[in-house]
Ligand binder design. Sequence first.
Ligand code: HEM
Length: 474
Amino acid sequence: MAVFVFVLLWVTLSSILCFFLLRASRCRRLRLPPGNLGLPFIGETLQLISAYKTENPEPFIDERVNRFGPIFTTHIFGEPTVFSADPETNRFILQNEGKLFDCSYPASISNLLGRHSLLLMKGGLHKRMHSLTMSFANSSIIRDHLLVDIDRLIRLNLDSWTGRVLLMEEAKKITFELAVKQLMSFDPGKWTESLRKEYVLVIEGFFTVALPLFSGTYRRAINARTKVAEELSFIVRQRRKESDAGERKNDMLEALLAGDDGFSDEQIVDFLLALLVAGYETTSTIMTLAVKFLTETPLALAQLKEEHEQIRAKKSENEPLEWSDYKSMPFTQCVVNETLRVANIIGGIFRRATTDIHIKGYTIPKGWKVFASFRAVHLDQDHFKDARSFNPWRWQGNSGATSAGNVFTPFGGGPRLCPGYELARVELSVFLHHLVTRLSWAPAEEDKLVFFPTTRTRKRYPINVQQRRNGSSL
Ligand code: HEM
């Protein structure tokens, strides 16, 4: 028995060794981007994680860019990975999605999203569904249909805030309620809140090992996903019945039910589930960080308040914002851009090379991962003057960047350009409008940013809030 185990172990180890030697010899023949693969198996994962768990993760990329240039090789999360801090290469990666690169998510995220989610779709179906999603959240739909609910639900939430508030939690509640309304026409209530609680568990599972036996968080996430899918399936069945009876609603679910593709319930549920995830964390984090950055930059906050007081002065107290109001918020758009640039909620995107790719004198081998880092470009002094400070005025009357070309890509680009980019901007602008005209606030405690596993503040940004209509301010 001992001999058998020894032989088995020897065969396994030698095949692993052969695999790596073969791959190394092929890699030697290719001109890989320079870099460091770090320790066997774990590579440089620990250095990356420890940098991104601090308020200043920049040294991880800065040090490598200084040594190797803006395209370098590293080894993270179990795989050799080519990092790009170069805007031209990033654009090339984004534009060639589906041709030279495929999107690539860890197993935990793919399993929890479901295979019919837009984020995992490929080919012709992805193209059709991406444009359907874009058409659901384009400017004219927002103007004619979604804005009124965005205004109402944000106002409703902000009016209920008093005393100490965890801004990140409250912002998440807002963006979830908005997404449920936009996708399925449900107003907030007990059902949306209990669905959101399950969602929180699903999202916690994204950054775990996808092995239920080893990770309790992943197990909980899978169970929560099952519950969310059951709830959504029930809604889909109800709506099919209503639709068959000739009842029509103006939302995403209707578009999916009425489409020519004849989607099954399972497909629709996966699709909705992922859309709810995509807009929820991102937009609520950007809301929270905009408030944090503004609080730390009083001159910007004062200018923002002035812009919104002027809009409010032309309206009665609870009169909703209209599209023309949204279009007359130039400084707010500077704040939105600058928050997106500095916060980098999606710091970059992972892709996998589907063939050997020759770029800038290097080869990215087929099957390798690449990471197009938006963060590295957004915080690069060569592209943005004084890049590491929050300065909304840089966007006044120009593109914000000091270098040519499109170097500002907070919403990605190419075939997977974020379909919610306009919706997120509108939601954030309306949120800032009601926040600065209805409330005053001050940080309740010091709170710090971290960037791993996601961008957020450690304490969910606690603030003390007062309603301004009571005549008092903090
Ligand atoms: C500040 C808020 C947001 C940011 C920074 C953001 C950023 C991004 C980025 C960078 C991507 C590209 C991912 C890739 O290329 O792999 C993306 C994709 C996506 N976003 Fe957003 N997003 C935001 C809000 C929203 C909202 C409100 C929605 C709701 C409609 C949304 C829905 C999506 C979807 C469905 C995708 C996947 C597109 C695809 O794979 O074809 N996002 N987002």
